[in-house]
Ligand binder design. Structure first.
Ligand SMILES: *[C@@H]1O[C@H](CO)[C@@H](O)[C@H](O)[C@H]1NC(C)=O
Ligand SMILES: *[C@@H]1O[C@H](CO)[C@@H](O)[C@H](O)[C@H]1NC(C)=O
Ligand SMILES: *[C@@H]1O[C@H](CO)[C@@H](O)[C@H](O)[C@H]1NC(C)=O
Ligand SMILES: *[C@@H]1O[C@H](CO)[C@@H](O)[C@H](O)[C@H]1NC(C)=O
Length: 323
């Protein structure tokens, strides 16, 4: 592994710690959640999804049209329960879900599509998605087993929202799941009516292969886990093992403390983004200085500016995961 690669890994480890802690700020309270498993049979079913614990209901109360179908059994085992069934719309150009909501609440609305060769044709369809009367997005697929998710953030002015699938002549529209999550009204504040998702970088799913919330024993949150390690002065077990201990300890301490400050329950104790960037740059500078002094001096790294390394790490490592 060359030095530049080591740096990227080091930085990525720091960013992972930081984002893992920032992304999962609080535990999950499902009040106000609407989780609809489209096409799920029997029609009145209600269940808790086995990996997330989220409570899904069948889509029957929300739509009159379409047919219920099941994806191929061979794909089901590794996927979340809510994609096992789909509702497909072989008839009609436009088919809509109508979901009752609370006026004035900011919602995240997410539609999930996973083909799973439910129709046995092994042909990926393409169709349009509308939010009410507005075009939302075109749904396309790269793979039979990779889900496609579309999200908008919306504050309804009426007591219901409509999500519509439009047949554009390139295959039968279908949908796997529809989820609505009430957001704090301070989340994603915008002067515009709705926001559509451009990209979600799920960079906090795991840390050292450990999920944010351990489901094996009692539900230990990663923040509690990191806190217990820090209390014992055990920084090594928090850092990416592939680094094999080859990092600036002070720098890592600083980064982890920064991450912990970011998840403080008291908002005034949380640093601003520019403070975070400044601190991370300091951490990186300390690491670069250490490298500089070690036998591993590599001019290509020494001449890199911190900004450049940061931007390399951001652009090369922080790609979204399918989940
Ligand atoms: C669903 O409907 C069936 C038959 O109508 C009924 O026997 C069953 O109890 C219902 N289940 C739930 C969870 O409501
Ligand atoms: C939505 O609200 C309308 C009017 O209040 C009501 O008639 C309907 O049953 C509700 N639908 C669902 C699925 O709760
Ligand atoms: C958010 O909601 C609270 C209480 O409902 C209200 O006092 C506050 O002004 C709202 N803030 C925004 C940014 O809409
Ligand atoms: C690394 O060392 C070189 C020369 O030894 C020096 O000019 C440079 O400023 C050092 N860089 C850092 C970040 O300490």
């Amino acid at each position: 592994m060359d030095v530049k690669e080591m740096f990227k890994r080091f930085l990525f480890a720091l960013l992972l710690v930081y984002f893992a802690l920032v992304v999962v700020v609080m535990g999950q309270d499902q009040s106000g959640f609407i989780s609809i498993d489209c096409g799920r049979l029997p029609k009145n079913s209600t269940y808790s999804e086995s990996s997330t614990g989220l409570k899904y209901i069948s889509d029957e109360p929300f739509i009159q049209s379409g047919v219920s179908k099941s994806i191929l059994a061979e794909y089901k085992s590794t996927l979340q329960d809510q994609v096992a069934y789909v509702r497909s719309f072989p008839q009609g150009i436009r088919n809509c879900y109508r979901i009752n909501v609370t006026i004035g609440i900011r919602y995240l609305v997410r539609a999930t599509f996973l083909y799973g060769n439910y129709d046995g044709l092994n042909q990926l369809p393409e169709f349009d998605l509308h939010f009410g009367v507005n075009f939302w997005d075109t749904v396309k697929f790269d793979s039979v087993v990779i889900s496609n998710r579309k999200e908008v953030i919306h504050i309804p002015l009426k007591d219901n929202v409509q999500v519509c699938l439009l047949n554009t002549g390139s295959g039968t529209p279908f949908i796997s799941a529809l989820e609505l999550r009430p957001l704090k009204n301070t989340t994603y504040v915008t002067p515009y009516g709705s926001l559509s998702l451009l990209l979600r970088a799920d960079i906090g799913s795991t840390i050292n292969g450990r999920p944010a919330i351990s489901r094996t024993h009692e539900r230990t949150h990663i923040i509690q886990w990191v806190n217990s390690k820090l209390a014992n002065g055990d920084i090594e077990s928090i850092v990416e093992p592939k680094l094999e201990g080859d990092f600036e300890t002070n720098s890592v301490w600083k980064a982890v403390e920064l991450a912990m400050a970011c998840v403080s329950r008291i908002s005034t104790k949380r640093p601003t983004m520019s403070q975070v960037v400044t601190e991370l740059k300091d951490c990186l500078a300390a690491e670069i200085a250490r490298r500089n002094n070690s036998r591993l001096t590599d001019q290509s790294i020494v001449t890199d500016s911190v900004d450049e390394v940061l931007s390399i790490a951001m652009t090369t490592e922080l790609s979204p995961f399918a989940r």
